[in-house]
Design a protein around this ligand. Structure first.
Ligand code: SF4
Length: 237
């Protein structure tokens, strides 16, 4: 399995650990607010060759004791059937593993949890779990994807690893009530992160002129979610 990009070391992507971040190419969603358009466009399986796994493994071997964790992000990493084997190789070298996912491959997520291949999962919840709203926020949505997103939420609510649910909050897509509805859906969750929308380099160009909720509004949203989950984190741009 090859990767489209890599951050050698990050203090932000796996809270509390020094992590290497790997990015996969391609996504089955097309969220209008997405900033990773460079990873999504021109997805072609024949072109998945930017950074070879062997090179990444050699890099990680070199930095054992300095790098604690590996974060696999995207795009959508679970589009790759080789992902479990890749994770097995990384974890076999003693690194913690965090997966960022949109939750559309609940079968793979279930397998990874069962095999104890994950230490931390951050899953996006794009909108309240209603088909039309989810379709609007994800850009495209099949019935199967929607079913799988709901199944992934259920799986992660029961998982005994670190779990973060997160939403990029966009005024055009989310009312206060929508964000509260998401928090209610994940009542009891460890962590719900609200990411302030950044209108630069959006996949859908018209979203570039949408104003983000300001800091005060983000705090208000956090206070609406607080009764439902153990921790709410606001990530401002
Ligand atoms: S923001 Fe949406 S389109 Fe972009 S990588 Fe994540 S799930 Fe895919």
């Amino acid at each position: 399995m090859n990767f489209a990009g890599m951050i050698n070391q990050s203090l932000l992507d796996y809270p509390g650990e020094i992590a290497t971040v790997l990015f996969t190419r391609g996504c089955n969603f097309a969220c209008p607010f997405c900033h990773n358009g460079h990873l999504l466009l021109n997805f072609n399986k024949d072109q998945r060759d930017e950074i070879e796994l062997e090179k990444i493994m050699a890099f990680l071997e070199d930095r054992k004791g300095f790098i604690d964790a590996v974060v696999i992000s995207g795009g959508e990493p679970t589009l790759y059937p080789e992902l479990p084997e890749t994770i097995r190789q990384i974890k076999g070298r003693g690194f913690l593993l965090k997966l960022d996912t949109n939750g559309t491959n609940s079968d793979m997520l279930s397998y990874l949890l069962q095999e104890k291949l994950l230490d931390y999962v951050a899953m996006d919840i794009k909108a309240p779990l209603e088909f039309k709203k989810y379709q609007e926020a994800s850009g495209r949505l099949t019935n199967a994807d929607f079913f799988n997103v709901r199944a992934s939420v259920n799986l992660l609510m029961q998982a005994d690893i670190r779990v973060e649910f997160r939403t990029t909050v966009v005024q055009e897509l989310h009312s206060y009530e929508d964000i509260e509805a998401i928090a209610r859906h994940i009542t009891g969750a460890q962590l719900y992160s609200l990411q302030q929308f950044n209108p630069s380099n959006t996949l859908e160009p018209s979203f570039g002129s949408c104003l983000p909720y300001d800091k005060e509004q983000m705090e208000k949203l956090a206070s609406l979610c607080a009764p439902y989950v153990k921790e709410v984190r606001v990530v401002n741009i």
